[in-house]
Design a protein around this ligand. Structure first.
Ligand code: GN1
Ligand code: MG
Length: 361
């Protein structure tokens, strides 16, 4: 990246930047690490915000300021030390914003948390702890007043909306791909009614909106060198949503014995040990606010988020790969098949999940 020094000059950073390198494996934004030469000055994370997807960057960064300030306040009230490692710290620009608009691109910068790491896979012990922290993350944000956070992507986890997008893609997308995926499309649309249950419950007033992270992939959590939890990262989609989102997305990623885009479908399936450990931890962390109805819906959430991701990857495949970054031409096809395989595995474990959740009520 040639112009990085120019971008950095907008931010009130400390130290002397000497090197920039691409890090992270997000499917939306581009993330770089900026190394500074001084020992006692942090390195930084520089990120280009994909404003095709996050169309209101000002709202996005305003949300993130509110979330990070609120979490810092909660942690400090609890007497937690080392706050700079336990919550993200964004760097302000010369005019006091936490992003800059530079040559038509949006950039933001935060401190790089030294000696931190993330995982692509977790053990049951780690899943339990992670569950507690995600439950606690929602809990800490549960007293934000209504309207404090806007929707950075409207209808982001709205299943009815995702189905409408899929149907648009079936009608207007690449006909060769629609034809070759017809069998999967039928299987997906067979489940449509069941999968839109949360929206119906929301309208009926039986499922409340909370503040949810909406991207609780296991690699969106940082741990220290001893494997102790530090903080949740990637706050772009933290906004009002159902608890199902965060529970489901963790199970979809960490609870999958294979990879999100595994081409070996035999490797893909639900790991019930991870499910049980995460569920136990999550319910403990969320206990101060979560209702019995929400708890009973958690197994549904595991299937829902996997179904939603299948629908989203398939939609992008049919549309000709316009949303997610791809590494090779059939990547969205392989992601669709891997997620659909995981969904079917989750469906076969439905009764087992329900029985276990009932023991935690
Ligand atoms: C995207 O870029 P990343 O990996 O943080 C997507 C999530 C999907 C995920 C699938 C804004 O997240 O919703 O679950 O890919 N984020 C957005 O891996 O669409
Ligand atoms: Mg994300």
């Amino acid at each position: 990246m040639k112009k990085w020094r120019h971008i950095l000059s907008n931010f009130r950073m400390e130290g002397t930047p000497v090197e920039i390198s691409l890090i992270g494996n997000g499917l939306i934004n581009d993330t770089y690490k900026v190394r500074t030469v001084e020992e006692d000055v942090p390195d930084y994370v520089l990120q280009r915000i994909n404003d095709n997807i996050f169309t209101d960057v000002d709202l996005l960064q305003h949300n993130i300021d509110i979330i990070t300030d609120h979490i810092r306040r909660k942690l400090s009230e609890r007497g937690v030390s080392d706050l700079d490692r336990k919550s993200l710290k964004f760097i302000k620009t010369g005019n006091g914003k936490s992003y800059c608009h530079c040559d038509g691109e949006y950039w933001r910068m935060s401190e790089y948390i030294a000696r931190s790491k993330s995982y692509e896979e977790v053990t049951p012990e780690l899943a339990y702890l992670t569950g507690r922290y995600f439950g606690d993350f929602q809990n800490m944000l549960s007293d934000l007043h209504e309207g404090a956070l806007g929707a950075t992507i409207p209808n982001f986890h709205n299943m009815e909306f995702r189905i409408r997008q899929l149907k648009d893609a079936i009608n207007n997308g690449r006909t060769d791909r629609v034809r070759s995926m017809q069998h999967i499309i039928n299987e997906i649309l067979d489940r449509e009614d069941n999968m839109c249950l949360a929206e119906r419950m929301g309208r009926a007033g039986t499922l409340p909106k909370r503040i949810t992270h909406c991207d609780t992939k296991v690699n969106n959590m940082l741990f220290d060198e001893n494997g102790d939890f530090l903080c949740v990262i990637d706050l772009d989609t933290t906004m009002p949503g159902y608890v199902l989102s965060d529970f489901g997305d963790f199970i979809r990623t960490a609870g999958n014995s294979g990879a999100e885009d595994d081409r070996n479908l035999d490797a893909v399936g639900l790991n019930m040990d991870i499910f049980r450990s995460f569920a136990k931890g999550y319910i403990e962390g969320a206990r101060p606010f979560i209702t019995d109805i929400e708890i009973k819906m958690l197994p549904f959430g595991a299937g829902l988020l996997t179904y939603m991701q299948t629908v989203r990857f398939l939609t992008d495949y049919l549309n000709g790969d316009t949303y997610y970054k791809i590494k090779y031409p059939e990547h969205n096809h392989d992601r669709t098949m891997a997620q659909f395989t995981l969904l079917k595995s989750i469906e076969t474990h439905n009764n087992e999940m329900i029985r276990y959740i009932n023991t935690l009520l």
